[in-house]
Ligand binder design. Sequence first.
Ligand code: SF4
Length: 386
Amino acid sequence: MDSTGGFAELKFRDPQRGKALAAEAARLARAIGRDPIALMHVCGSHEQAIARFGLRASFPPEVDLIMGPGCPVCVTDQPEVDEAVALAMSGVRVATYGDMLRVPGTAQSLGDAQAEGARVDVVYSFSQAMDLARSTRDEVVFFATGFETTAVATAAAILDPDRPANLSILSAHKYILPAMEIVAEVPGTRIEGFLGAGHAATITGWGLFEPFARKYGRPVVIAGFEPLDILAALVKLLELVQDGRAEVANMYPRCVTKEGNRRAQEQLWRVFETTGGEWRGIAYVPDGNLRIREEFAAADARRRFAIDTSAQRSAAPAALVKECLCGAILSGLAAPHDCPLFGKECVPDRPVGACMVSSEGACKIWYQYGGRPDLTALPALQESAG
Ligand code: SF4
């Protein structure tokens, strides 16, 4: 048995292994003896994999694996969108990822601004934004979103000596660990343990979570994105919960080390520093936002332009936005089905809230793939897992 409990050599799509893991999870859940056992993952890619592969049908019925604040598009706050809209409406060319076009600001999205004639370009990478800036003399602002995994690419681009002088960055990058602390500190929280995002941990290393696990008395298990990765990580997390061990386990050892990617970390922290900021619908998260350091002011759109969002912020918000439960969903306090607008007034083609926009948003994922399965409809699977 190795340090990962024997799961290092996972074969990714092995049904027998999947059934064995589901059976072990069921055994552990029964041994823990609580219902529900609330666990949280903090990654839209995990929610996608869980929903797409119907994994919740193989989870023990006692386990409630909730998606937390793991969708960077969803947590981009309205004032940040307002800044991008204000820049676009003032004649600056704004480049951003496709998901960001429909994320609502106070009154308008970037898509609305585009419809009114503002120049908003969808790009798939920062290097495409660089190409765009090279092709024009106009000022181009890249509206950058994402957690530390994506922020590393932004940092590398800012450090690139060939970055065009007419390209700057409006950073809406976020840092996930402080948001996990907010969730762990919510009074009366039911969360007993966390699944950590494997791709973020490739950068930060799993060691980053050790002080968190100790401070909040909850285990963290780093998980990959294949169905068996997630099931194996769930088994490990249930083991730690059963034993009352607030430790970190790495169940994604083929990609994640304790130290992480040191060079990427150096670039990240050379360019960015943490600052507090609102995460949409969740809370003010101290140290949750990544802002560009003064040394790179020329690359920082907030320092380069006097961004006036008064027109956006004084406009009346859309009426339905007030009913959006996105913040509660991202905090683990509600599920998409709890929202009265889910699948009715709010659908991917007509999203009311950011959680229905992004491919990493819980509402869009549940709309596409279904959310909690009706386990009573799957007696054979329950029996095989038992
Ligand atoms: S279904 Fe739409 S309105 Fe409801 S919480 Fe999700 S994003 Fe918000």
